[in-house]
Design a protein around this ligand. Structure first.
Ligand code: NAP
Length: 248
């Protein structure tokens, strides 16, 4: 039986690398995006060209109606889910706490935390043996920021990722008896466009001297860990927070 995977924010960066690698490993992949349809379609084309099966699906993970429609579409076009990667995430520009607005914090938590909880809820309704499913694997994207705190840069982002860690630990225990494993990846400095979106396009180069491995990581290096956690090779691994950070 073919296995169906949904990757939120699968159109660019770590999400795109995850979609491509998972398809190579035999997953049918739903590539979610919020705004950049062209990037999502590019990932789908790449998967199809290699003989895989994929669709793109629009939804802002912070909007419940859009998320419900996305889960419906994926189920109708590919089948019930056995994998979810809660990868969609955002940063904001560097600031101190005393310079940040409530609107910024709401966006940060709506997308990074509530979006992940919402998608996990909908995935569990398809995966859980309690609801007639066959089980599955959920991988949440946390960040090394959850440990480092990101002072002076974006501690709202770090706090949101800290919430993802707690959410992962609790949900893993809640559904472990229903055939579902839940883990998180905490990437360090990874070379993607997220840094430019926070106004720091050279962030990886600027900070790589702080990494014990003395370099930033690639999206594919993170995807390797995600796709392993999705796989049956990780069948006894749940409730883990896996650092993919070059030692930082
Ligand atoms: P990225 O290159 O900026 O890509 C972000 C992806 O998320 C895009 O596909 C984007 O799609 C999508 N997205 C953004 N907001 C969304 C929303 N509201 N709903 C649905 N999709 C949305 O980011 P990345 O660096 O690959 O990061 C991926 C994850 O890893 C994030 O959770 C991030 O916090 C985490 N992480 C990254 C690093 C790093 O150094 N790169 C380090 C630690 C953790 P559109 O273009 O369509 O908006």
């Amino acid at each position: 039986m073919r296995k169906v995977l949904l990757v939120t924010g699968g159109s660019r960066g770590i999400g795109a690398a995850t979609c491509i690698l998972a398809a190579q490993k035999g997953w049918d992949v739903a590539v979610n995006y919020s705004a950049n349809a062209q990037a999502a379609d590019g990932v789908v084309e790449q998967i199809k060209a290699a003989g895989g099966r994929a669709i793109s699906v629009q939804a802002d993970v912070a909007h419940e109606e859009q998320v419900l429609a996305m889960f419906q579409k994926v189920r109708a076009e590919l089948g019930p889910l056995q994998g979810l990667v809660n990868n969609a995430g955002v940063v904001d520009v560097s600031a101190r706490l005393d310079e940040m607005s409530m609107a910024r914090w709401r966006r940060m938590f709506d997308i990074n935390v509530l979006g992940s909880m919402l998608c996990a809820r909908e995935a569990i309704l398809q995966m859980s043996t309690l609801h007639g499913g066959v089980g599955g694997s959920i991988v949440n994207l946390s960040s090394a920021a959850a440990r480092l705190g990101s002072p002076g840069q974006y501690l709202d982002y770090a706090a949101a990722k800290g919430a993802i860690d707690s959410f992962t630990l609790g949900l893993a225990k809640e559904v472990a008896g229903e055939g579902i494993r839940v883990n998180a990846i905490r990437p360090g400095l990874i070379d993607t466009e997220i840094h430019a979106s926070g106004g720091l396009p050279n962030r990886v180069k600027d900070l790589e001297h702080l990494v014990p491995a003395k370099r930033g990581g690639s999206a594919m290096e993170v995807a390797q860990a995600i796709v392993w956690l999705l796989s049956d090779e990780a069948s006894y691994t749940t409730m883990s927070l896996v650092d993919v950070s070059g030692g930082r």
